[in-house]
Design a protein around this ligand. Structure first.
Ligand code: KG4
Ligand code: ZN
Length: 355
């Protein structure tokens, strides 16, 4: 009996070096990941040069260990997939060059993967979701609502006019002395707090599905300044985190509900909402989105937290999806710092560089 095709996936777009082997039967055969957090933490954010160097140091070991774990040799692979963008260009080049070398030595197809598409398609690996579905993609670099119509076929309904939500969590954590990355730290502190500070919900109730988080961030800063050093310790610290998280939840629910109404009008019968990206690992926000889905009678699909944050599994799976459709890339496929999923989306009013 023929074995299901196996794809090697490589992720190096930001501060995680991750490798996985996934097959066409939706089985994860191997999964390795190395975070560079401790190297970037002293700088309060990801330093691109440090990230690229760290990927170079570790990537070959991770690939070897994934291949050992799956008991496979390179010639048995069906293809090699690597994130080609969007992301930090140095890291992308490391991953893509490595994939290219393996592909050319072993004469395997190369798949140059869009990192956002990898997040977007994860729910088809974990839950076998059919197209079309509504996707809320909330990560450190992106905050978007998209209709996923098919592989390589997306329609953007909303994006952020300023910060991504993960970025807003990271900035809030920095203000509160919680270190980097901020999301998990804010969530942890919020567990012990109550949302008693009044913070704004920018864009709530407005037409469309765009996001904005800068007003929330500024209001948090002003509250921290008003409270002084007391804001950096419990109970105020916990209450500030709970207030910030509640505001973030209200914004996500409002914007997603609007996008869901439009999605349903345009795709009668479709009923699935998928949430992806690092912020989707947040238990409180997962709960808020579960309530929303129940209220709107939508089927909610939330991949497990380890597949919401950056990982190699999603890249290998996106590779399987593209390989099935024959969407193979040339060995000269370039790394791309910017690579929007919906290149035809109307520019968001006042939007910065977010795609
Ligand atoms: O998807 P991801 O791993 O990388 C990007 O592609 O950006 O997302 C990382 C982001 C960071 O901003 C991090 O603070 C946020 O996801 N994040 C969280 C949580 N875990 C990670 N935000 C809120 N709550 C969390 N539990
Ligand atoms: Zn990501």
């Amino acid at each position: 009996m023929d074995r299901a095709p196996v794809v090697l996936g490589i992720e190096t777009s930001c501060d995680e070096t991750a490798v996985a082997l996934v097959d066409g039967e939706r089985r994860v055969l191997a999964e390795t990941l190395r975070s560079q957090l401790e190297r970037h933490a002293p700088f309060g954010g990801v330093v691109p040069e440090i990230a690229a160097r760290a990927h170079v140091e570790i990537l070959d070991h991770l690939i070897a260990s994934a291949m050992r774990e799956a008991k496979m040799a390179f010639p048995q692979l069906a293809a090699v997939a690597a994130t080609a963008g969007p992301g930090l260009i140095g890291g992308l080049i490391v991953g893509l060059t490595t994939a290219r070398a393996i592909a050319s030595v072993h004469r395997l197809p190369l798949l140059a993967i869009n990192h956002l598409e990898a997040h977007a398609l994860t729910a088809r690996l974990t839950d076998g979701v059919d197209f079309p579905y509504l996707l809320l993609l909330v990560s450190g670099g992106h905050c978007q609502l998209l209709v996923v119509k098919g592989v390589g076929c997306y329609r953007r309904l909303g994006t952020t006019l300023d910060d991504a939500l993960g970025e807003a969590f990271d900035k809030a954590a920095k203000m509160l002395g919680l270190g980097f990355p901020g999301g998990p730290a804010v969530e942890q502190a919020a567990r012990a707090g109550s949302p008693r500070y009044d913070l704004p919900r920018p864009m709530r109730g407005q037409p469309g599905s765009h996001f904005s988080f800068s007003g929330l961030k500024t209001a948090l800063r002003q509250t921290v300044e008003r409270l002084g050093p007391a804001s950096l310790a419990p109970p105020q610290l916990n209450d500030l985190c709970a207030s910030f998280q509640e505001a973030a939840g209200d914004i996500l629910v409002d914007r997603t509900a609007r996008a869901a109404a439009r999605f349903r009008t345009e795709h009668p019968g479709a009923e699935t909402l998928v949430v992806a990206g690092g912020v989707a690992a947040n238990e409180y926000l997962r709960g808020r989105l579960q309530e929303l889905a129940a209220r709107l009678a939508l089927r909610l699909v939330l991949p497990p937290p380890r597949l919401c944050t950056d990982n190699g599994v999603m890249v290998a799976w996106a590779g399987i999806e593209r390989l099935r459709l024959g969407l193979i890339d040339d060995l000269s496929a370039p790394a791309r710092a910017r690579w929007p999923l919906d290149p035809d989306a109307e520019p968001a009013p006042g939007a910065g560089v977010k795609a």
